[in-house]
Design a protein around this ligand. Sequence first.
Ligand code: OGA
Ligand code: NI
Length: 363
Amino acid sequence: METTEANERPKILGGCMKTRNVQALVADHNVLPADILERYIRPEMAVDDVLLENNSEEIPVIDMSRLMDEVSMDEEASKLKFACEDWGFFQLVNHGVPEKVIEELKEDLMRFYDLPLEKREEVAQLPGDLEGYGQAFIASEEQKLDWADMLYLFTQPPHFRNYKHWPSQPPSFRDSLENYSNATQEVAHCIMGFMATILGIKRETISEIHGSQTVRINYYPPCANGHDKMIGLSPHSDGCGLTLLLQVNPVPGLQIKRNGKWLPIVPLPGALIVNIGDALEILTNGRYKSIEHRAVINAKEERISIAAAHSPSFEKTVGPLADIVGKGTPLFKSVTMPEYVKLFVSQKKIYEKKMVQLLKLNP
Ligand code: OGA
Ligand code: NI
């Protein structure tokens, strides 16, 4: 990462090698040629045999309107505590992001993906940079690939936005994304306020640290041959503090690791899926857990998701919060946010609890 001036958006280096656009691959081939397919087939991922069988467990559902209401607040807060400590994932309903804001972004995204490849690639990643339309963490010609195209953008704070990577088609895209970004940041900060209260620290402590937001829009095309041996997004935990995931169309694909097995998540209509990232596990000195998850693909239908990741601002430090550690022992090293990002991208791959593992003390 390089920063020239304090106020300038840092450039996140460690971008990846250019790879094929998978949406275009599917458009160009009825049946994928074996040599292309080979790059995406990963027998170790065999999607069916690791699913949680006869699963009766349900991911917690948190109702934000009940958190805001004095009468139901305590009961809902204890559900939130359990969700953060035991699951690291929950569905959030009545979150307050206006339906219009969600619908406008969904519509604009569908229109973006309907554009021809040359038009979509007007916002392509530039060599070495992670921002833009492309992929992440591709370091070699041999490496197995995820079956997805990614559009990755800095959205908050506003002066970090690099509009050359924001699609200009359809023309309303930028406004739609900005509205969605503002609304989701507000929800994330509100949830962080409740989390802090539950942890017994000042309400603003966690949200004040998390001043930045990036948005990762995932496009998973269908794949008729081999979809059960391919993966849309490799198993990982998020490096940020808190992610809010919106499913753009109702095709399931997200799976989370629960008791050693993969549990498919089916979003409730209108819900946001919220998950704890590595930075929040570190800040809470391990009280809240970041959870491994992945995305699988569908034989017939495309799937689109939007992950809004809320991370510590660049002038902050990531390490166990003194108010949480108290007289206990910090379990993680503290690093500045620029060091944290550098470490994150220098690994050149995503994997389970990456930052938690890298910063763990006395491993
Ligand atoms: C992510 C992510 C899951 C999905 O973007 O970090 O985990 O369902 N996405 O697309
Ligand atoms: Ni993720």
